[in-house]
Design a protein around this ligand. Structure first.
Ligand SMILES: C=C1C[C@]23C[C@@]1(O)CC[C@H]2[C@@]12CC[C@H](O)[C@@](C)(C(=O)O1)[C@H]2[C@@H]3C(=O)O
Ligand SMILES: O=C(O)CCC(=O)C(=O)O
Ligand SMILES: [Fe+2]
Length: 330
């Protein structure tokens, strides 16, 4: 198909040099699927249920770093419309996507695939993605239907992310106005993911294990399994729920909460026969925002979001993967 990135040809050397070992089978057996906490956000609108619901959110962030939410305020119609646009976007010829001839107004790194810096097959992600910042979206004059779906998604996701972040801050006794001040729609971004069928699915990840460089990430996954998270040293599969969004704590909230909320490693398994799509919203601050916990004694030295992003980009270039928060431990 002319829309598929040429993974096998491009990463031929990594495939040839791959040495099988016991840890290189990435599939996850049935009994290892899990139910992450499922939280009904409708309860936030009722006085007598609000406190309990907020407590559950904070507990899930502490214990799991992951939870699902229903009655989240984002309509199925909106999610479906964006999914349709997402498919149209990925089913363009690969050359259009990579040359971005039809997205010439967008910033250079909108489309990405594989991992140009992978030093071995484990670091290769058998997937492609588009990153959209709100400032880019507003300039997409030639793609009206994609633009309006992205705008609606970003607006609703932003409101949800801010609400969750404020609840989490409140349960930490941290100033919740921090988020309103530093995290703006234009500093957050959307990532549309596609995981193509993969002929070497037991040797490679769909998306390599990582924690997110964000305060919070909210993901809509389709009905194809694949997302897995690390809990108590084991990989567990997250069962897709058509009405739920998956929320996970990112590195910045782990730092701001002094390690109370957990930014958990997760990955997406590659599949041999089926493709998978997901849409993620990364709730991030401006580059100048300072991440410093009020909780004593501090675990991490204070840093700006710019410091963290630049360090991550440097590590990915040098090592093929991000090192993450451990760089900032005191
Ligand atoms: C090679 C990598 C790029 C990435 C960090 C990683 O080590 C693995 C996952 C990638 C990811 C996915 C989610 C976010 O878009 C991102 C910014 C993140 O935190 O992890 C990216 C990283 C990236 O593009 O630099
Ligand atoms: O595809 C998914 O379900 C998760 C994607 C993800 O982890 C990411 O984009 O950071
Ligand atoms: Fe992620």
């Amino acid at each position: 198909m002319d829309y598929e990135p040429q993974f096998l040809e491009t990463y031929k050397t990594l495939v040839q040099n791959h040495v099988e070992d016991s840890s290189s089978d990435y599939s996850c057996s049935t009994e290892e699927r899990c139910d992450i906490p499922l939280i009904d956000l409708g309860r936030l609108n009722h006085d007598h249920e609000r406190d309990e619901c907020m407590k559950e959110i904070a507990e899930a962030a502490r214990e799991w770093g992951f939870f699902q939410v229903v009655n989240h305020g984002i309509s199925q119609e909106l999610l479906l419309n964006l999914q349709i646009e997402q498919k149209k976007l990925f089913y363009q010829p690969f050359l259009n996507k990579s040359a971005q001839t039809s997205f010439s107004t967008l910033s250079a790194k909108t489309y990405r695939w594989g991992n140009a810096f992978a030093t071995n097959l484990r670091q290769l992600s058998w997937s492609e993605a588009f990153h959209f910042y709100l400032t880019d979206i507003s300039r997409m004059d030639q793609h009206q239907s994609l633009r309006s779906s992205l705008e609606a998604f970003a607006t609703r996701m932003f409101t949800l992310a801010e609400r969750l972040a404020e609840i989490l801050a409140c349960k930490l006794n941290t100033k919740s106005s921090y988020f309103h001040e530093h995290c703006l729609p234009k500093t957050s971004f959307i990532r549309l993911n596609r995981y193509p069928p993969c002929p070497i699915s037991s040797k490679v990840h769909g998306l390599l294990p990582h924690s997110d460089t964000s305060f919070l990430t909210i993901v809509h996954q389709d009905q194809v399994e694949g997302l897995q998270l690390m809990k108590d040293g084991k990989w567990l599969g997250v069962k897709p729920n058509p009405y739920a969004l998956v929320v996970n704590i990112g590195d910045l909230f782990q730092a701001l909460s002094n390690g109370v909320y957990k930014s958990i490693k997760h990955r997406v398994a590659a599949a041999e026969k089926v493709e998978r799509f997901s849409m993620a919203f990364f709730y991030c601050p401006s580059d100048e925002a300072v991440i410093k916990s009020q909780i004593k004694p501090p675990m991490y030295r204070k840093f700006t979001f710019r410091d963290y992003r630049q360090q991550t980009e440097k590590d990915v270039k040098q090592f093929g993967d991000k090192v993450g928060l451990s760089r900032f431990l005191l």
